[in-house]
Design a protein around this ligand. Sequence first.
Ligand SMILES: Cc1ncc(COP(=O)(O)O)c(C=O)c1O
Length: 390
Amino acid sequence: MRQVYMDHSATTPVDPEVFEAMVPYLTDRFGNPSSIYSAGRAARQGMEKAREQVASLLNASPDEIIFTSGGTEADNQAIIGYATANRHKGNHIITSAIEHHAVYDTCKYLSRNGFEVTFLPVDGNGVVEPETLKAVLKPTTLLVSIMHANNEVGTIEPIKELATITHEAGAAFHCDAVQTVGRIPVDVVDLGVDMLSASSHKLYGPKGTGCLYLKKGIKVESYLHGGGQERKHRPGTENIPGIVGFGKAAELAQARVDETGKRLRELGGRLAQGLLNAIPHSRLTGHPVNRIPGHVSLCFEFVEGESILLMLDQAGVMASSGSACTSGSLEPSHVLLALGLPHEIAHGSLRLTLGKGNSDEDVDYVLNTLPGIVERLRQMSPLYMKAGER
Ligand SMILES: Cc1ncc(COP(=O)(O)O)c(C=O)c1O
């Protein structure tokens, strides 16, 4: 049976060139980068090369890159680290209602520990409107954290405008760019951000590695305590093979981002339009145009997203759903609800995210498979019957 992986927003396979670059650091170059002998120096050189590769992808300077264990840690380090180090400047933090839990729950944590947090609403397409931000900034605002693109609905946020407004109010700006780094051009200077989080496993690098871009002069205090690695920003012996892989993935992404983005935008557009045409009572979620290339998020009425996933899996298609049954709760995702979707519609969500390995044939396969699955599930749905559709 054909196997079609369409969950690249969850994770991506490691690129063979990335794997090859990592192997020596799992074998000969195993040294601790803090050691002064040759094996240690070789490990350090590998790490510093990776720092340059990642910095180049982001248009940052290598000494502005702090390696972390991934996007979650980068988000925590940025938000908790900045809030702790700059508490004297104020205690108000602004974020959006559609952030990934790595930001959302970190802000909630700070709200239980003496900080005031505002969760900005978004419009029906998932956009954080600059005027909404302007209206809630105040003299005590310390930090604004808004994601570059949303993982569930793919919407790309107007970061440049939001960062400018934030700076005019005297606060700092953090951006969770885990979903965009490697997928669209991300330039920290052009965006005007002070801090930015990225994660290796979203751009064909290994899992468990990421980075925080920390603009020169921005002060953060690490909540981890230990050795003086990463210029005292992130103690702990560095994950050298992971970091080297992240560096290689960044180099490859930089060379391919425009071309791959264009192809995925076309493939994703064909998939979305084909499904919307073939399946009645369906809608696209997120922004119709300003979205991650190859990100297709939909809601189907009268069906559960989880049931679609199970049947797609039986047909060899791997995708995901925004509804939260997976996390053991019956609540649909906070993102879909923030977009104003009613519960019953949010429960029928499906996310298909394409990557560089997907072909036209993969898209055709899903276009041929999914409409029948939705129809079969609807035939079993009492709600569908009640609505007079059967
Ligand atoms: C927007 C966003 N932020 C943060 C994360 C967490 O990244 P990591 O898996 O590297 O911890 C993810 C992962 O899906 C994400 O999509």
